[in-house]
Structure formats: C-alpha cells, structure tokens
Design a binder for this molecule. Structure first.
Ligand code: NAP
Length: 247
C-alpha cells in the first residue's frame, strides 16, 4: 500500500481532523502513534480503527504545548516502533474574542498549543525524520491564517505563524529529503466548529464556492497524499482544502 511500513505521529488525533488523518494513514499502511490531550477513550477508539486495517497503533497522552511532554510523545514512538517517518502537527484549539476583550491567557494558550506545539514536536522529531528515507512534516494550518477573521486574532496569528514555520523548516530539512508542507482547511465539520453561531455559519457558507462545509476525511485525503512517495517533490507549500473559500 501507499504508506506500507511507514511510522506516523498525529497530534490531537482523538477527534475531528486528527482522528480522520490517523485513520487514513493507517488505512494506507502506516503504523500510527495517536496523541490526545484529555480524551483517552476516544483515542483508544481511533487506535482500534487503525488496528482493524492490520496496522499497529499506540495512544499517547501529551500536551504538545509542553516541551517535555512533546519529547515524551516522540520517545514513545521511538520506543514502540524504532523510527519515525511522518509527523502531522494537527493539535489545535480556539479561544475566540475581539482583540480588545481578549484575555492575555487566551492569546498565550492558543499560541502555545497551535504554534509552539508544532515547534516542540518537530524539534524532538527532527533527528529521527532525518534518518528516514522520505521524512514528512505536515502542519495543519488554516485559511484563517491566510485571510484573517474577526474574533480570532490569536488563532490567525498562530496559523499564519505555522505557514512561516513550514517554509523555513522546508529550507532547513530539504537537503535531507524531508518535505515540509502546510494544509489549510476551511470550514470543516468538527467539534471545533459545531458551536459557532448559526448566523456566522450561514455567512461563511454563502462565501464557499462549492456551497457546503468540508468533512475531516477530505482534509485527511490531502495529508495522506503529502505523506506518500508521490508527493516527494512538493515542499514548503500551503495547500487549502476549503471548497474555494480562500479564493
Ligand atoms: P477538535 O475537533 O477540537 O479536535 C482537537 C484535537 O486536538 C483533539 O484531539 C484534542 O485532544 C487535541 N488537543 C487539544 N489541545 C491539545 C494539546 N494541548 N495537546 C495535544 N492535543 C491537544 O479540532 P479539529 O476541528 O479537528 O481541528 C484540528 C486542527 O485543524 C486544528 O489545528 C485546527 O486549528 C485545524 N483547523 C480546523 C478547522 C475546522 O474547521 N474544524 C479549520 C481549519 C483548521 P482531546 O480530545 O484529547 O482533548
């Protein structure tokens, strides 16, 4: 299969887009380390799904915003599987508010999880990715990082930060055959988006050329492609999966 024998870590894989990515990579032949923050039961269900494809899966609790816990997550992967080929930096949160009302802690937390979390994991993973024949870093950014959104200055800054991180890292690791790309989802139906006000959802829907919200599996399909050998000459790119919202 496409990813036979590859080893992947997916952060924030207990729910939503991360869940779909972990399952899709497992279906394509990868063994997967499924990271979660608080929901061990949901993570275990994802692991069972990956195992149903005949692949190995382990779950690992870690707060990616912590340097030490991110390092522990990578160590778990190395202890279990001996190597690492694919790192998907997916874990993310929102703490929305207008900038005048935004609490300092909400700014900090979103940057710590969404941006520093990717740095923490990548730093710990880099030396193993360099040993892989075809290392992959895939960062889940957002079209909000490309076009902004009122009430999401913290989130937009973190996601735009991931774009810069992706391009710089692609230049750092390219000579060792490691590709680094960002995926920028639009409005995807997950727990993160389900609590948005109906009027905001309707406004967004009116702006989407394809006329519908996206599914987590549609983001996972791109991640799976980027993880495979066919994407070996693509690096430093930001690719939207958004039904045309960011056009
Ligand atoms: P979600 O349904 O809220 O799931 C978030 C995941 O991240 C959960 O697995 C959660 O684990 C994990 N997580 C949260 N904080 C963490 C931490 N400190 N350390 C490790 N894991 C943590 O979100 P989603 O919609 O799937 O979003 C996934 C990614 O796509 C995020 O980076 C998000 O910004 C991005 N994105 C989403 C959309 C969208 O429309 N949904 C659009 C653009 C970009 P627990 O379940 O264990 O708490």
């Amino acid at each position: 299969m496409l990813l036979d024998g590859k080893i992947a870590i997916v952060s924030g894989a207990s729910r939503g887009i991360g869940r779909a990515i972990a399952i899709s990579l497992g279906e394509a032949g990868a063994d997967v380390v499924i990271n979660y923050h608080s929901n061990s039961q949901a993570a275990e269900e994802v692991a069972d799904k990956v195992r149903s494809f005949g692949r190995q899966a382990v779950i690992c609790q870690a707060d990616v915003s912590s340097h030490d816990e991110a390092a522990k997550l990578v160590k778990t992967c190395i202890n279990e599987f001996g190597r690492l080929d694919i790192l998907v930096n997916n874990a993310g949160i929102t703490r929305d508010n207008l900038v005048m009302r935004m609490k300092e802690e909400d700014w900090d937390r979103v940057l710590e999880v969404n941006l520093k979390g990717a740095f923490n994991l990548t730093k710990a993973a880099a030396r193993y990715l360099l040993k892989s024949d075809a290392g992959r870093v895939i960062n889940i950014s957002s079209i909000i990082g490309l076009r902004g959104n009122p009430g999401q200055c913290n989130y937009a800054a973190a996601k735009a930060g991931l774009v810069g991180f992706t391009k710089a890292l692609a230049r750092e690791l390219g000579s060792r055959r490691v590709t680094v790309n960002a995926v920028a989802p639009g409005f995807i139906v997950t727990e993160m988006t389900q609590n948005l006000r109906d009027d905001i959802k309707e406004k967004m829907l009116a702006d989407i050329p394809l006329g519908r919200f996206g599914q987590a599996e549609e983001v996972a399909a791109l991640v799976r492609f980027l993880a495979g050998d066919a994407a070996g000459y693509i690096t430093g790119q930001v690719i939207a999966v958004d039904g045309g919202l960011a056009i």
